[in-house]
Design a binder for this molecule. Structure first.
Ligand code: LMR
Length: 394
């Protein structure tokens, strides 16, 4: 039977890391996958995580299965980070998931299984995996405008016009809470108000992808768009992740949080989500969630986490600035100052697919085909070579 199976194309993002690993150039640079690197180009284990793991080695009492919806204390911390005291616990169903991707897939399966005919509206562009996830869940996908013609900032009129005229009541709209992937372009506070008003007026269900909390301006600041939406709309699905802000990438620690208007609806929603989980991966892994819960239950470890997260955020901002300065000094015509207004790990470089190919084949510099650059992969050491390579392909 298997002779009929054809070969699938490599993944648009993770496939590049495979290609990077096979590249023998000692000066190769990987700015593709969204992974933080420190000044030495390493993806470190945070000190607060190491401390929590030492405690767990001593104190962890069992490796028995978690409940289908995950570790209870972890789920309370997720709710606290997302909403603080804003939403009462009985209106929430928090489900621990394998990473943020697992949360998006669970949200997609939930919408597809509960709301026949619902479409999902995603920004153009969006994270390369969104389309595949919603497609796999059998949801029809539509897009709304996001980037302006210069591809440097938000096309807010286009976005608002599309959300006002396209979706019908009961459709879902996927929004990035902060640090939009792949562009780094986020709505302002005023624009969030207008987006929220459209969601409310048109009775649309927000699915909020919140993978980068703490990488924009801060843990609380980055949740402002989410809070604005919940001030207007009583229901939402929020997909969150500790891959980036705890550096727990390979531990697969995320959550899907269903926000309902009433406690009864949250209880019913939780039961349906658990059914979906049970027939998929049964129950989530324990270790990463235990690490997060250990850190967030301890005020000293939490303070250490805040400090380490701030250092990551500040290093990325410093690399944005250094990149813009160096590109200006390299004498290229293109002005890269627009990167300074963007948030999080990513920016759209504006490089076209041919230039992206040339960067890879001639310079061993790996960025995503759309022109997305992971600023968090830049270091003082690789910056000169990177900027020379970009200047050469421009
Ligand atoms: C990315 O966009 O690079 C990250 O979210 C990693 C991934 O799974 O694609």
């Amino acid at each position: 039977m298997f002779e009929t199976v054809s070969t699938a194309p490599p993944d648009a993002i993770l496939g590049l890391t495979e290609a990077f690993q096979q590249d023998s150039n000692p000066e190769k640079i990987n700015l593709s996958v969204g992974v933080y690197k420190d000044a030495e180009g390493k993806t470190p284990v945070l000190q607060c995580v190491k401390a929590a793991e030492r405690r767990l080695i001593e104190d962890e009492a069992t490796k028995s299965y978690l409940g289908i919806d995950g570790l209870p204390e972890y789920r309370s911390h997720v709710a606290g980070l997302l909403f603080g005291e804003r939403v009462p616990a009985e209106r929430l169903a928090v489900i621990q998931t394998p990473g943020g991707t697992g949360a998006v897939r669970l949200a997609a399966d939930f919408v597809s299984s509960q709301f026949a005919g619902a479409k999902v509206w995603i920004s153009n562009p969006t994270w390369a995996n969104h389309q595949a996830i919603f497609q796999a869940a059998g949801l029809p996908i539509e897009t709304y405008r996001y980037l302006n013609a210069q591809r440097t900032g938000l096309d807010f009129e286009g976005l608002l016009a599309d959300l006002t005229s396209g979706p019908v009541a009961g459709d879902a709209v996927l929004l990035h809470a902060c640090c939009h992937n792949p562009t780094g372009v986020d709505p302002t506070a005023e624009q969030w108000q207008q987006i929220a008003a459209v969601l409310k007026e048109r009775r649309l269900l927000p699915i909020i992808d919140f993978a980068y909390q703490g990488f924009g301006s801060g843990l609380e600041e980055d949740a402002a768009g989410l809070h604005t939406i919940l001030d207007h709309v009583g229901e939402a699905l929020v997909c969150s992740s500790f891959s980036k802000n705890f550096g727990l990438y390979s531990e697969r620690v995320g959550a899907l949080t269903l926000v309902a208007e009433q406690a009864d609806a949250a209880t019913a929603g939780r039961s349906q989500l658990k059914r979906l989980v049970r027939s998929n991966y049964s129950n989530p892994p324990r270790h990463g969630a235990s690490v997060v819960a250990t850190v967030l239950a301890d005020s000293a470890l939490t303070a250490q986490w805040h400090q380490e997260l701030a250092e990551m955020r500040q290093r990325i901002a410093a690399m944005r600035q250094a990149f813009v300065t160096r590109m200006r000094d390299s004498g290229v015509e293109r002005d890269f100052r627009f990167l300074l207004d963007q948030n999080g790990m990513f920016s759209f470089s504006g490089l076209n697919p041919m230039q992206v190919d040339e960067l890879r084949s001639q310079h061993s510099v790996y960025i995503v085909g759309s022109g997305r650059i992971n600023v968090a992969g830049m270091t003082e050491e690789n910056l000169p070579r990177l900027c020379e390579a970009i200047a050469a392909v421009l």
